[in-house]
Ligand binder design. Sequence first.
Ligand code: ADP
Ligand code: MG
Length: 251
Amino acid sequence: MNVKPDFSKGHNHAETAPAFLSVWNMESYYGESYIVQNITFNVHEGEILALLGRNGAGKTTTLRSIARMDSPQVTKGEIWLDHQPLHTMSSHQAASVGIGLVPEDRCIIPGLTVEENLQLAQIAPPVGWSLERLYDLFPRLAERRKQEGVTLSGGEQQMLAVARALARDLKVLLLDEPYEGLAPVIVDEIEKTLRIIKEQGITTVIVEQNAVRALELADRAVILDTGSIVFDGTAAEVLENEELRSEYLAI
Ligand SMILES: Nc1ncnc2c1ncn2[C@@H]1O[C@H](COP(=O)(O)OP(=O)(O)O)[C@@H](O)[C@H]1O
Ligand SMILES: [Mg+2]
């Protein structure tokens, strides 16, 4: 059964808090073929959700759909952030109400310094964290503020991409494979930062091939397989369930 909750009021079941980000019955297409279907899940405010699944399962498609990117095309369903209908918005509007997508390739702007990359994010209101607050969280970026962003190491570029999302008035951070290609000690550093960001009340959805690392960080997990959700539960449940791990995550 898939009864549509009243998202405009925040759907409030007796035993659960109202969801902050709700994806309901979403279907997304690239061209002619649908890539994800029947996608329904909730994320509570301040929670970290790991969105997992094998290569090609539809994780990036799901994140891009939530961020309202031009492609894929969302043809069905609803997406709500804090009682606001994201499914009616452009990517710019979604960003202005607090959705921040950090794509897999990080998209640092060439020709601009670290600081200019951050300042550019602060041009459009509503502005989020100040440079001072960002440099406090990312001392490595403070040291390299005058360096061209694209010349940073992979880990530093990931930090810059996250900092740039915070420079907008961020409510939900959508991370697409943030640990990809990074040494374990750098992953440790980024993970520590993500925990601090959580303490500041920001909600995070993390997509990661490194499922164990993501599950150690996350409160809850959703697993996708060939475009549909096959599991929705706590991160601990996934870590304890060998069958689930080997069937869908190959860990
Ligand atoms: N731009 C695109 N055009 C057509 N098909 C795409 C496009 N991007 C992804 N796909 C297809 O959609 C499916 C899901 O891809 P994706 O969401 O990138 O998976 P994941 O991030 O889980 O690895 C794959 O079969 C992929 O080939
Ligand atoms: Mg992907």
